[in-house]
Design a protein around this ligand. Structure first.
Ligand code: PLP
Length: 463
């Protein structure tokens, strides 16, 4: 039963924290009922490198970089020091009408890392806000260039682009959308690039061509943007086909539609490059990013626009009528600068590219386990799709999935010291995205936990 009394945290022993969490902490995307019924929430108290420690002293390998965020690893005191120094120099000033050195320096540094003419950095506080900003900019760009009818955006099924009502209209996960309808209008969806169950004779660029079909169906004069992740997260690290993004670029150009690369996860080394589009060799009109820009030492996101998209807002009395108070916060900008120093000094992108084959081979060594159906991904962003029958590629039904994923795998992996993501927003997958400093030792540790747990899960399924 939920309680209505308000308690004061006078002590923070393990049990007190559990109790206070139960009473007051409304966790995101979390079934609170389990907690209300007396269940325990994992409380993480410390982090260092690739590891996190819980309040009971147990060490866990952070195989998810705290939700794809802490790319340079936990416990980097130099990032904290840079943040503290920034507070001493200038705690806060907004970038509405004013500027401050760290925001200028960071925008310049980001622009120097992006491909092509993606030179205009519009800071936000989160990924959802970056996506929201990009969708608004795309509409606004067309309006101010005389094509005000262009207001729809095309996204892919099962893709996650955030939770604010605009970003949610791009998110392609029915269970996340249906409860909040009507959504902001304009979001339409096409198939993603998950080819695991495609017929063998399907044209490899079928999914790219679906985008053009949809643009034509909607009417090219009504479509403002296509929003795609370089490697789609939800559904389990779904890579593009060879040539997919080149075809999409051609389609967008043909119909005067902006290409938004949603890199909230796929930037900052996750795929072995600063930006995911660099991995697949395409040039977007807008990039959205967040999470590992600061390695999450402080919240920050950004929308990065090309010179062409920015231009109509740079003349006369024009302005992009959008923004938020905290965006470009000096302390977050200082964290991002220090984080990028680490990236450069330790060549984290180079490390990911060098170690990707070893990480991938470790996961592929699990193929002998009956429920391991597909291993896919890129860089330090890999997924294992679990199947009921490897030959037919049959997936689990809802009940089996619930029993296997929530009833066994999630808890057991954590109990054995591995934090990863067990997800069934699409077909059931286990996702792994360790900090970019992970190496052979961590890959071996991941395997040492995954193998017995997946073998046991396979057995349970047969019984
Ligand atoms: C591709 C993508 N876009 C947008 C978002 C939303 O970001 P945030 O949770 O920071 O609002 C996410 C979050 O995971 C994401 O993966």
């Amino acid at each position: 039963m939920a309680t209505t009394s308000v308690s004061t945290p006078t002590e923070t022993t393990d049990t007190a924290l559990q109790e206070l969490a139960r009473r007051h902490l409304w966790m995101h995307f979390t079934r609170m009922g389990a907690l209300e019924a007396g269940g325990e929430v994992p409380i993480i108290v410390r982090g260092e490198g690739c590891y996190l420690w819980d309040d009971k002293g147990n060490r866990h390998l952070d195989g998810l970089s705290a939700l794809f965020c802490v790319n340079s690893g936990h416990g980097r005191t130099e990032i904290g020091d840079a943040m503290a120094a920034q507070v001493r120099e200038l705690d806060f000033v907004t970038i509405w009408s004013y500027a401050h050195p760290r925001a200028i320096e960071l925008a310049t540094r980001i622009a120097s890392l992006t491909p092509g003419d993606l030179n205009k950095v519009f800071f936000t506080n989160s990924g959802s806000e970056a996506v929201e900003s990009a969708l608004k900019l795309a509409r606004n760009y067309h309006r101010v260039t005389g094509k005000g009818q262009k207001h729809k955006h095309i996204a892919r099924k099962i893709a996650y682009h955030g939770t604010t009502l605009g970003a949610l209209s791009a998110t392609g996960i029915p269970e996340l959308r249906s409860q909040f309808e009507p959504l902001a209008p304009g979001g339409v969806h096409v198939p993603n690039t998950d080819s695991y169950r495609w017929p063998e004779d399907r044209d490899p660029l079928w999914a790219a061509d679906q985008i053009e079909e949809r643009i034509i169906f909607e009417g090219p004069d009504t479509v403002s943007a296509v929003i795609l992740e370089p490697l789609q997260n939800a559904g389990g690290c779904i890579p593009p086909q060879e040539g997919y993004f080149q075809r999409v670029r051609e389609i967008c150009d043909r119909h005067d539609v902006l290409l938004i690369s949603d890199e909230v996860i796929c930037s900052w080394g996750r795929l072995g490059h600063y930006f995911g589009c660099q991995r697949y060799g395409y040039q977007p009109d807008i990039i959205t990013t967040a999470k590992a820009l600061t390695s999450a030492y402080s919240p920050m996101g950004a929308m990065i626009a090309s010179n062409r998209v920015y231009e109509p807002f740079s003349e006369g009395t024009a302005s992009f009528a959008h923004g938020s108070t905290f965006a470009g916060h000096p302390v977050s900008a200082a964290a991002a600068m220090a984080n990028l120093d680490v990236f450069e000094r330790e060549d984290l992108c180079g490390h990911v590219l060098a170690k990707e084959p070893e990480f991938r081979a470790a996961l592929e060594s699990l193929y002998d386990i009956p429920i391991v159906g597909d291993v896919r991904g890129a860089g330090f962003f890999q997924a294992i799709e679990l199947v009921k029958d490897k030959d037919t590629k049959e997936s689990f039904n809802d009940e089996e999935s619930e029993k296997l994923l929530r009833g066994y795998l999630s808890g057991e992996l954590y109990k054995r010291g591995l934090i990863c993501r067990v997800d069934d927003r699409g077909d059931p997958v286990i996702q792994l995205a360790p900090p970019l400093i992970a190496d052979t030792e961590q890959f071996e540790e991941i395997l040492a936990v995954l193998r017995p747990v997946l073998e046991e899960a396979s057995k349970r399924l047969r019984n």
